[in-house]
Design a protein around this ligand. Structure first.
Ligand code: ADP
Ligand code: MG
Length: 696
């Protein structure tokens, strides 16, 4: 049965080889894919609005007749076509415009009646709908399906029309619905009052009314959350049961570092350290996510955890996303080690980055393998085949969002069940982190060390650029240093003028007498390092840079940051960048030059100017971008959620999580009769399911 339902679309009537190719491009290969290709929106004819009552700026549906072709003829320009038609009802007139769909002009003959759906704007003093979705009410041969009260509207590509897709999906539903097998156990469905799968699939595509559409949606979203949680929870159960290393906590090395700290740990750091100690001292494998915003002091916590590993004779590996950061950690930690008082042992710190010479690398490989290096700090280079450890006991991954899940999993494999500490400067709301990182335990550094002064963020429009530069120059005169951040290295057509190269050139004129440096990812590593260390030592006043700055760089005297084309950056990225200047004793200033054009860009800029708390900003960013974009595809399956939205359906997500926990408590490997369909559903929805289960 299952196989029949998973068959190729080719077996559907009306799907030839050409259409198969097109459907594949929409990500649709099997009948099942098709049934799970949910509408993006619905056109609800029961909510038609007379043209005279239309509200600008909103999505609305109207019913109107084509009056005549528009005042402007449809015309062509450089292969770019515009079809325009004037529509009217008894109350008024509106213009509809479609780009790049020249064939539409055949539809809109005067007198034809249609339902149109889209966002209404005022353009040159008249009402206009751009790229409206439409249904012809007359002159349409396939009108049957399209005349229902609520009609689905799908995401399309050229060559696949709404009509075609509707017919195809209807046909697939008619033929294959009897074979659909419900993955959600009956008892669970009853408890939560959920529709069965067959009904939900029918109603999500062709809802008889709004209420049933909502119910179908709730059921499918629940299913998605539920299926998504299970592998995560299973993994966590496996891990908790797995035997790990028992580290010696409060040993000599750990204690002597504690006694020689250059500062007093914050209460948050103390708390997190306790959580880590508890994990490392226990017999299961630690998988802890340490979230704390930029500057909250994660590095020292990580280093203290390393000392716990050293005390038992284990090695630790510390992976960071960039060479600059690796070197900075290396320098700082080496300095801290030199303060440690211990008698019987010397701590050796190593650095492994790709730019090392062959000989140096070979030496490090050897020392690691022989156990002569206690802590290795490095980039992706650590993942290379040749990196082998004598007894790796702790893995630390900094700025985890810069690594893929696969990469993260590689490093622990170089030891036998080492403990793992994963660090992120992008904190997310707790309910969400609990589900997304359900397989990790979470620690949070929710306070910055005392005495930090929050940055003042000031927005300048591009025509006020001179003022921003003048402001920066005044601060630099008092001895401070400044960063100027640009989104791109070079000028390009799709992108404005303020490239790093250009800004560097301008800055040399603007700030005569000051020393200016330039750093970006295309410089050779040695050159980048030279500039960075010159900046650190104060030999350079102003550093023009790209986002290589985003992670980790720490220069206390740099208290000014000017960001060119700030609207180009993501919210989290802006916050990370700004975090670079909130380290010292001087009032930090973040000057944004931006002319945000889209609503989204405006929201972002407004948020960064008004909010300084990383948690609040992350929440805001999530709202603006949605979870898929926020976390990025590499992070985990969240972006694969087709219908469920963890932000707006937090309660549903929680319910699904509770049910998933309970189910696994009763049947941890899904072998009971009533859960077999669920297991099948998991395998289908997550092709990597079995592999996922295999990962320790
Ligand atoms: P992040 O969490 O962004 O990685 P770091 O670990 O780089 O932050 O710490 C930022 C700065 O704060 C460093 O210069 C570090 O030495 C300093 N720092 C860390 N903890 C404390 C503390 N408890 N008191 C004062 N300064 C601290
Ligand atoms: Mg850091």
């Amino acid at each position: 049965m299952q196989e029949r339902y998973n068959i190729s679309l080719r077996y559907l009537k009306g799907v030839g080889p050409k259409k198969v190719k097109l459907l594949n491009r929409l990500g649709l290969k099997t009948i099942e894919d098709l049934l799970y290709y949910f509408p993006r929106r619905y056109l609800n004819r029961s909510k038609l609005i007379p043209i005279s009552q239309i509200k600008e700026g909103e999505y609305q549906a109207i019913k109107a007749r084509v009056l005549a072709r528009g005042d402007r003829e449809s015309w062509q320009r450089r292969g770019f076509s515009i079809v325009e038609a004037a529509f009217g009802d008894e109350t008024g007139k509106i213009y509809c415009v479609w780009f790049n769909q020249p064939y539409l002009k055949n539809y809109f003959k005067p007198g034809i009646e249609a339902v149109l759906y889209g966002r209404v704007e005022k353009y040159q003093g008249r009402l206009q709908m751009v790229q409206a979705e439409f249904e012809l009410l007359s002159g349409d041969k396939d009108a049957v399906l399209n005349l229902a009260q609520i009609v689905p509207i799908y995401g399309l590509i050229e060559g696949i029309s709404q009509r075609y897709l509707r017919k195809l999906i209807k046909h697939a539903l008619d033929e294959f619905i009897p074979r659909v097998c419900d993955g959600l156990p009956y008892a669970l469905r009853k408890r939560h009052n959920l529709l069965n799968l067959a009904k939900s699939l029918i109603y999500i595509h062709f809802p008889p009314d709004e209420n049933l559409q909502q119910e179908a949606y709730r059921r499918l979203a629940f299913e998605e959350f539920f299926l998504y949680q299970i592998p995560i929870l299973m993994r966590k159960m496996r891990r908790v049961q797995k035997k790990g290393l028992v580290h010696r906590v409060d040993g000599v090395i750990f204690n002597s570092l504690m006694q020689n700290l250059p500062f007093k740990l914050t209460a948050a750091q103390e708390r997190v350290l306790l959580e880590i100690k508890k994990d490392m001292g226990a017999g299961s494998v630690m998988q802890r996510l340490l979230q704390g915003e930029v500057g909250s002091g994660k590095t020292i916590v990580a280093f203290l955890a390393s000392c716990i590993a050293f005390d038992g004779g284990y090695q630790a590996a510390f992976m960071v996303p960039t060479e600059i950061l690796a070197k900075q950690h290396y320098e700082r930690i080496k300095y801290q080690v030199s303060n440690i008082k211990y008698q019987d042992r010397k701590i050796k710190i190593g650095l492994l980055v790709s730019s090392l010479g062959k000989k140096e690398k070979e030496k490090i490989y050897r020392e690691l393998k022989e156990g002569k290096v206690d802590l290795i700090i490095g980039t992706h280079a650590l993942l290379e085949e040749k990196t082998k450890f004598k007894n790796l006991g702790l893995v630390i991954i900094d700025e985890q969002h810069k690594f893929g899940v696969g990469q993260r999993a590689l490093l622990p494999k170089k030891g036998s069940s080492p403990d793992c500490l994963i660090m992120t400067a992008t904190p997310i709301p707790r309910t969400l982190s609990m589900t997304i990182y359900g397989d990790l335990d979470i620690s949070t550094l929710d306070r910055l060390p005392e005495g930090r002064i929050p940055p003042q963020t000031i927005l300048y429009s591009p025509d006020k650029r001179k003022e921003a530069y003048k402001f920066a120059a005044e601060k630099i005169k008092t001895g401070r240093q400044a960063y100027i951040v640009c989104p791109k290295i070079e000028e390009s057509e799709s992108f404005g003028k303020q490239s790093a190269l250009e800004v560097y050139r301008q800055a040399q004129e603007e700030f005569r007498g000051l020393r200016i440096g330039l750093v970006h990812a295309r410089l050779r590593q040695v050159e980048q390092d030279k500039v960075m260390s010159d900046f650190k030592e104060g030999k350079i006043n102003i550093l023009v840079a790209t986002t290589v700055l985003e992670v980790g760089i720490d220069v206390a005297n740099a208290s000014i940051m000017l960001i060119e084309q700030a609207d180009y950056f993501g919210l989290t990225q802006l916050h990370q960048l700004r975090g670079r200047i909130a380290r010292g004793v001087h009032q930090p200033y973040c000057l944004l030059i931006a002319d945000p054009k889209t609503d989204e860009a405006k929201e972002r800029i407004e948020a960064i100017v008004n909010l300084s708390d990383g948690f609040k900003l992350a929440e805001e960013d999530l709202k603006i971008r949605g979870p898929g974009e926020f976390f990025g595809r590499r992070q985990h399956g969240l972006s694969d959620l087709k219908i469920a939205n963890p932000l707006t359906q937090m309660h549903l997500l929680k319910e699904a999580m509770e049910e998933a926990k309970e189910l696994l408590r009763l049947d941890s490997s899904l072998t009971q009769q009533q859960n077999l369909s669920l297991k099948e559903a998991l395998k289908k929805r997550f092709p990597e399911y079995e592999e996922l289960m295999a990962v320790g």
